[in-house]
Design a protein around this ligand. Structure first.
Ligand code: NAD
Length: 499
């Protein structure tokens, strides 16, 4: 480990030392009811960096009770006062950007520059965006018909109550912010369940939320394993809604558990996104977009452009450019200078990805480069070199299943309608990319693709104002934008007799 990495870790030691108190109930951080902990590892070294509380159903019960009490104090504040708290949270995130980014990189492995600009930078903007919404949530007056003039009728957008937010490990602070900021802006109180693998940035966020003047009990957190803390939250009768991002399998469990109390759900699940390069595209930009589309965050991105369809006339040139660029990507500790790609989240995740590398080769695809464990000082971490497959068929496992790792499958295609059909021939529908200089084709194809987001001549762009979520098995409901905010409200029609 270089001295720069050790120094960066030393800079967050005080936060790490508080990690055991990661169950936050009624504004008070503390251990779990059982006192059990979960070790959190630096995936670049395999070393334990902290131990977080392993919360269970007893902690979730306490957190939901605190959130039920906290709801009133949040709703008694004026909309402007609630907005001020959210604006202050955004400012505090920016003020502590380096510390939050260091925690995120240490916990997740991603390069520090990604943590600073993408995770922390966009998270602050998300808080600011939803702070603005606090004072703009309004109902309508309705032109009801008979009996004419006898009633005045209007709608109110009301909060749901206590909502449960369950977050994965790939963008911990960012996805927490995607859910928490709109839930609060809409007037709900919250129980947050971060991933057991990456709870450190949420731990620090809870402290900043407290510093911003949030009334106690409005935001509560229970860290712990999914089948313990998570399952208790999704089964809790006093939780009105679950907003979840994670795997399809867990999403299906949440749908089943929601039946008992008919909870409202927003589910952001997996993806297998198609990125389509037409021959008239700016090929240099397209190659760059294809690379960041798949290798950002070590490929552990739900909207990763993992299926790259390249027109046959430019396929070989594009493949050569991708191979050369992929071979040049610098692997290292996310906190080290010059690192372009960090480790996968865990050894288990790397094993899983290696299973797909093997399946791809066995089913007849050609591994052009990558898919190796680097040696030397990276050998202790869960690193994997960026992999590119060519000669992939649509029926292969690497073409159909979400790998969630740095593995790109490249396909050749011949014409537009063929490639749209193949791109749509997936169970998933989270995102897609189109690279072309033909404006008519760009929009035509974008309209035909079955995906919640389509990027044209760019990839992985996100903004708090733009809704994000899936078609088909990629989930339902949306994060971000007005749609997410409205998903944390319910509509009441009020009828007033004028007779
Ligand atoms: P996961 O489903 O295992 O875990 C996600 C969260 O759910 C974690 O906090 C986990 O503790 C919790 N959980 C697990 N089992 C639970 C249960 N029985 N009840 C309640 N909560 C439970 O997913 P992951 O491994 O953390 O994340 C990777 C997956 O998430 C990938 O498949 C990826 O595609 C998907 N993902 C999707 C998006 C999106 O926006 N669509 C974003 C990020 C990740």
């Amino acid at each position: 480990m270089t001295s720069a990495v050790s120094e960066a870790i030393d800079g967050v030691r005080d936060v790490l030392s508080r990690a055991g108190d990661s169950v936050v109930v009624g504004g008070k951080p503390g251990p779990s009811a059982t006192g059990e902990v979960i070790d959190t590892l630096d995936p670049a070294t395999g070393e334990v960096v902290a131990s977080i509380a392993a919360g269970t159903a007893a902690d979730v019960d306490r957190a939901v009770a605190a959130a039920t009490r906290g709801l009133r104090s949040w709703q008694e504040l004026s909309a402007a006062a609630r907005a001020r708290v959210l604006y202050d949270i955004a400012a505090l995130i920016e003020e502590h950007a380096e510390q939050l980014a260091t925690l995120e990189t240490l916990d997740n492995g991603k390069p520090l520059t990604e943590s600073i600009f993408l995770d922390v930078g966009i998270a602050a903007e998300v808080w600011r965006y939803y702070a603005g919404w606090c004072t703009k949530i309004s109902g309508q007056t309705l032109p009801v018909s008979p009996p004419v003039g006898s009633s005045f009728t209007y709608t109110r957008r009301e909060a749901l109550g206590v909502v449960g937010l369950i977050v994965p490990w790939n963008f911990p602070l960012l996805i927490t912010s995607w859910k928490l900021a709109p839930a609060l802006a809409a007037g709900n109180s919250v129980v947050l369940k971060p991933s057991e693998m990456t709870s450190l940035s949420a731990l620090r966020l809870m402290e900043l939320i407290d510093e911003a003047g949030m009334p106690p009990g409005v935001v509560n957190m229970v860290t712990g394993y999914g089948p313990d803390a998570g399952q208790a939250l999704i089964e809790h009768p006093d939780v009105a809604k679950i907003s979840f991002t994670g795997s399809t399998a867990t999403g299906q469990r949440i749908v089943a558990a929601s039946a008992a109390s008919l909870k409202k759900l927003t589910l952001e699940l997996g993806g297998k996104s198609a990125n389509i390069v037409f021959p008239d595209a700016d090929l240099e930009n397209a190659a760059q977009g294809a690379l960041t589309g798949i290798f950002l965050n070590q490929g552990q991105v739900c909207c990763a452009g993992s299926r790259l369809y390249v027109h046959r006339s430019v396929h070989d040139d594009m493949l050569a450019a991708l191979e050369s660029a992929a071979r040049g990507i610098e692997l290292g500790h996310g906190l080290a200078d010059g690192t372009e790609m960090g480790p996968l989240i865990s050894a288990a995740q790397r094993d899983r990805v290696e299973g797909y590398l093997q399946a791809g080769t066995e089913q007849g695809a050609t591994l052009v480069c990558g898919g190796e464990r680097p040696g030397g000082e990276l050998a202790a971490g869960s690193f994997l070199t960026p992999a590119v497959f060519s000669g992939v068929r649509d029926d292969m496992r690497i073409a159909r299943e979400e790998i969630f790792g740095p593995v790109l499958s490249v396909f050749a295609f011949d014409d537009e309608s063929e490639v749209v059909g193949r791109a749509n021939g997936s169970d998933f529908g989270l995102a897609a990319g189109v690279w072309t200089s033909d404006i008519k084709r760009a929009h035509r194809v974008a309209h035909q693709l079955q995906a919640g987001t389509v990027w044209i001549n760019q990839y992985n762009m996100l903004d708090p104002a733009a809704p994000f979520g899936g078609y088909k098995a990629s989930g339902y409901g949306r994060d971000l934008g007005e749609e997410s905010l409205l998903g944390f409200t319910q509509t009441k029609s009020v009828w007033v007799s004028l007779d």
